[in-house]
Write a protein that binds this ligand. Sequence first.
Ligand code: ATP
Ligand code: MG
Ligand code: MG
Ligand code: MG
Length: 575
Amino acid sequence: MKASQFFISTLKEAPADAEIVSHQLMTRAGMIKKLGAGVYTYMPMGLRVIRKVEAIVREEMNRAGAVEVTMPVVQPAELWQETGRFDKMGPELLRIKDRHDRDFIIQPTSEEVVTDIARQELRSYKQLPKNFYQVQTKFRDERRPRFGLMRGREFIMKDAYSFDRSPEAAKASYQGMAQAYRRIFDRFGLRYRAVAADSGAIGGDLSEEFQVIAATGEDAIVYNPSSDYAANIEKAEAAAPTQPRPAASQALTRTPTPGKSTCEDVAALLNIPLATTVKSLVLATDTQDEQGEVVKTQVWLLLLRGDHDMNEVKVGKLPGLAGFRFATPAEIEAAFGAKPGYLGPVGLQAPVKVVADRDVAVMADWVCGANEVDVHLTGVNWGRDLPEPDLIADLRNVVAGDRAPDGPGELAIERGIEIGHVFYLGTKYSLPMNATFLDEDGKPKPFEMGCYGIGITRLPAAAIEQNHDERGMIWPDAIAPFTVVICPIGMDRSDAVKQAAEALHDELAGAGVDVLLDDRGERPGAMFADWELIGVPHRVVISDRGLKEGQLEYQHRRDAEAQKVPAQGIGDWLK
Ligand code: ATP
Ligand code: MG
Ligand code: MG
Ligand code: MG
């Protein structure tokens, strides 16, 4: 592929609404283009990544014996009424009407349609097991679409559905899928964990999520570093015994802290009601002199009690927060004497996603407001000894350092991005939809089902959250938009450079390598900046000077510097 034939459009600045690095970088690299809230065009550069993700998923699904179908995006409401989901599902389900005033939905998932196929097509036990999958557009009218492709409203999901004769057979199908998912996620080249999950709205009692590890992840994962135990925090809590908590009066120390903010101050500042939930945020304000020098910095621990989604509480987004910035670890330590390490996954490692409810439970030894002017509480272990009983009921049971439920070891908590989910469903859909097959004894039996999702368009965003630096993205080879980029210097002036670049391009392309020749004639600096932003893993620079010595420059996107390599044989090496 030649850059002049392709479409490349990069930006220096990220759009103001891009809060996390993957959203910023994908937009800057021209991979996605926003059309509306949570609705994006996949631009050519981004689509190449998505297609690679899809290809790996298809290969492994086919290998695992699943068969591909494509089900309609627009589905008649009648099917969804059979299972009751047309009414039960909340506003995430987009309901529409056609010209005859008939109800339809836009698929957020497809259990109803696939179960309808099964009850018509799978008549005998001899046709089982069967696993149908699709890679298709989904629509969920998310309450807060955000973070670009990470939480879109329109997105691509791979969804698969297994049909079996018996619970045992269905569980074997489930295990087969869980294995296939491990192969898929291994191939992506990302760090991930498979964690036990609650089966949630879809039901069933076997459920695992596949979580890409990243500080900006919306989910919390609990695991035992010395065993295989890993669960999402909801599941871990459901399993954990309720822990006795020390009485507040014994555990807390009231400390005069003149000049520091209280909850009421903060609530008044932000113009928010105080209610029941505790959330925290450490911000700083800088006072500047006329020359713009910072002459004073104040650190604020905002302990918010109110029904706020903390993603709303972003610098500049909530009235009253203009002029605030996130405090640095050093500032926090100086102001509160709290070790930044205790902040865990909160705020600092993930400046955009400030604090979620569950983070409160992993904080220890904190200073917080005491609802009294110039007084703070010190030594607070949030999640264990906050003063109000109704707050305690609200807080999480599982904290880092708790004994692991599976034996020796202490629990650790980290953040993850859910990119896949496998469920055992049982007869949850087959019973209400009367989807049966004839078993060996000639009697009709309801199908035993499982369902299996992968967030195809979420995955590139997760990959970037895990793999980037200050210059841009760093793709694993398996899902890079291009694996090799050839950057000729002065191609328009030098025939030798042009010939060498084209020869290497043709050689690699002929060998099936996903190579791009940058023949746009950009200055070297601009050209290199583009490819570092786009994150192509392997770069070859061809220049007259190098060619005279029989050499080219090679640099992996993770390398600090380029290295000279003999021009002879580089093609073989890159294949
Ligand atoms: P989440 O907890 O993030 O809302 P979910 O549990 O609702 O996801 P599932 O119903 O399990 O999602 O769907 C399967 C997969 O689809 C998820 O594991 C995720 O990777 C992906 N996915 C779900 N919602 C979105 C979305 N709004 N944007 C992009 N991908 C999504
Ligand atoms: Mg969801
Ligand atoms: Mg989920
Ligand atoms: Mg899920």
